[in-house]
Design a protein around this ligand. Structure first.
Ligand code: SF4
Ligand code: SF4
Ligand code: SF4
Length: 180
């Protein structure tokens, strides 16, 4: 695969970084280095995007790879990181816990929080990070165990009312460092 020269002018790169840090909405591939280093090293060759068999990794703003959880969850297979020749990812061994600094949170429009039975997120979570607590006279409420959540995003697209979101505020709780 031919390398695409990383010719984005410095000021454009800095502008992109500023936008990213302000919005906080972009999820880079798992084990990507902190945002500033990632943008510096990534050549936008797309090798990682092509390697993703789950098709959740796409070429995003400025041609840099980002995860789109509306397409499904990341299998944390590490194929993207393996393909990168530009040093944009953490070196092995790559532990699941350090794949990302984000986790997820459940918003108030969750059906179960509004007395309508739904356990979709709990059923799809392979980490059993979402359990349901029985309530008297209502639907069981979801309880998210942040320490078990990997941030894989599998539950996000499957929620019928889009009540699950990527949550970067869990960074402090997990003792990690911001993607900056
Ligand atoms: S770890 Fe695997 S599934 Fe996840 S983004 Fe990378 S290639 Fe895709
Ligand atoms: S992260 Fe690596 S493999 Fe992916 S586009 Fe950037 S340089 Fe290419
Ligand atoms: S993002 Fe967290 S809660 Fe959702 S499926 Fe993955 S591990 Fe489970």
């Amino acid at each position: 695969m031919n390398q695409v020269p990383n010719t984005l002018p410095d000021r454009n790169r800095r502008a992109l970084l500023r936008r990213r840090l302000r919005s906080g909405h972009v999820v880079r591939p798992p084990w990507a280095l902190p945002e500033a280093v990632f943008l510096e090293n990534c050549t936008r060759c797309d090798d990682c995007v092509k390697a993703c068999q789950e098709k959740v990794l796409m070429s995003g703003d400025g041609g840099y790879p980002e995860i789109d959880f509306s397409r499904g969850g990341c299998a944390l297979c590490g194929d993207c990181a393996e393909q990168c020749r530009a040093g944009a990812f953490q070196a092995p061994p790559r532990k699941v816990e350090s794949a990302w600094t984000h986790r997820v949170s459940i918003k108030s429009n969750c059906m179960s929080l509004n007395s309508v039975v739904c356990r979709t997120c709990g059923d799809v979570c392979g980490e059993h990070a979402i359990r349901f607590q029985l309530k008297v006279g209502g639907a069981a409420a979801p309880l998210l165990d942040i320490s078990a959540c990997t941030g894989c995003g599998e539950c996000i697209a499957l929620c019928p009312v889009q009540a699950i979101q990527v949550d970067f505020s869990e960074i402090d709780h997990l003792g990690g460092s911001p993607d900056a």
